[in-house]
Design a protein around this ligand. Structure first.
Ligand SMILES: [Zn+2]
Length: 68
């Protein structure tokens, strides 16, 4: 995946999990991984890679469903 602003390859920041339906017994719990995509080009308006685990800006978050 590339930065839509400058075309640099985006880096993956710190991934994290989210869940849906974990508060209801009537639906199957869905688990997702979320990958923050960060631009490492310091001259780009989307630049956020001062700290990959705590970026100043996230270009896009890629969400993948794990189960179901
Ligand atoms: Zn960029």
């Amino acid at each position: 995946m590339k930065c839509p602003n400058c075309g640099h390859q985006l880096r993956i920041g710190k991934t994290y999990m989210t869940f849906k339906n974990d508060d209801t017994p009537n639906a199957q719990t869905e688990a997702y991984t979320n990958l923050p995509m960060i631009c490492g080009n310091s001259r780009c308006g989307n630049f956020g890679r001062t700290d990959l685990s705590n970026p100043t800006k996230i270009v896009q978050t890629v969400t993948n469903r794990l189960n179901g």
